[in-house]
Design a protein around this ligand. Structure first.
Ligand code: PBG
Length: 311
């Protein structure tokens, strides 16, 4: 009877699986047991596993072979992400390929865009993000996901994609992205920690919720097709408010690396049981109003849901 009256259900199709792709540094990621940096070949295998598990999509992050001041490699048509996208596309999977659009893994200083006079320049960064998105779309990405939190990045990317004939490529905007302490393991994975300063200039203040509504509003006006709140767990109220205000817009939440690390660490210490803890967390994000969840637990959760659904 519990199952009969359950308000939200979890299904493998709710999940998007993040994948880190590298040419020369495959291997485990500190703080994220079970997640590895993969070669293109490994990413293709993971995409096939994701499809077999019934997931909706994969979100690709690139780790370039070298970085520079302006993140030149992020714009290369032969870069790691275009190569990975083309390789996955060749498998003709029933799986959406999403690419992260941000410069932080590609710049020596680790900031999300171009630095002018020692500060991150919002406006100088816009054309670079737009070009990065176009290169991803050229290689076959179905959705581009700008995560740099530059104002007007969605509009700049939409214009560039449309001008390049990619009207059908959708934009999943990391609209409400907080300056969070929960991105640590990701920065180990992708090597994108800022070398000076922090991201508080452009990422949101954790104490603000109304500001998130403003960010979403701007992104929707500029043409975002899907929107996102990130991280998920400390921001369930924000997810709820956005869902209530724009019930017609697909809303995603990113269950980030630090949230994954925290749960895995508790499990490793014997303080929590993994399967029920993960499904409880993912269920809470769906209950708050997110229809999709980007999560490193995706493959495990999909397996648990198909072999032994919650009672
Ligand atoms: C890039 C980006 C980050 C994450 C996703 N895209 C790091 C950051 O903003 O510092 C974090 C994802 C995670 O922690 O799992 N800007």
């Amino acid at each position: 009877m519990r199952r009969m009256v359950r308000e939200v259900r979890l299904a493998p199709a709710d999940f998007v699986y993040p994948i880190f792709v590298t040419r020369d540094q495959p291997g485990p990621i500190e703080g994220m047991p079970g997640v590895t940096r993969l070669t293109v070949e490994g990413a293709v295998k993971a995409a096939n596993e994701a499809t077999a598990a019934g997931l909706s999509g994969v979100l690709l992050f690139g780790i370039p072979q070298s970085k520079d001041e302006t993140g030149t490699r992020a714009l290369s048509p032969t870069g790691i992400i275009p190569e990975a996208v083309r390789a996955i596309k060749r498998c003709r999977l029933d799986l959406v390929i999403i690419t992260d659009v941000c410069l932080c893994s590609y710049t020596t200083h680790g900031h999300c865009g171009l630095i002018r006079n020692k500060v991150l320049s919002n406006d100088a960064t816009l054309p670079v993000l737009a070009q990065m998105a176009r290169v991803h779309a050229d290689s076959g990405a179905d959705i581009v996901a700008p995560s740099a939190m530059m104002d007007h990045q969605v509009g700049a990317i939409r214009n560039e994609l449309d001008a390049a004939g990619h009207q059908e490529v959708a934009i999943l905007s990391y609209s409400a992205k907080y300056a969070s302490a929960f991105y640590g393991p990701f920065r180990n994975a992708a090597g994108g920690a800022p070398q000076f300063g922090d991201r508080r200039m452009h990422q949101m203040d954790p104490c603000n919720a109304r500001e998130a509504l403003r960010e979403i509003e701007m992104d929707l006006e500029e043409g975002a097709d899907l929107i996102m709140v990130k991280p998920a767990l400390a921001y369930l109220d924000v997810i709820r408010r956005i869902h209530d205000q724009w019930p017609q817009v697909p809303l995603f939440a990113y269950n980030v690396s630090g949230e994954y690390a925290m749960l895995k660490a508790a499990v490793q210490h014997g303080y929590a049981e993994e399967r029920p803890a993960v499904l409880e967390v993912l269920g809470s994000i769906r209950r708050a109003g997110a229809q999709g969840i980007i999560t490193y637990h995706a493959l495990d959760a999909a397996r648990w849901l198909s072999t032994q659904p919650p009672t």
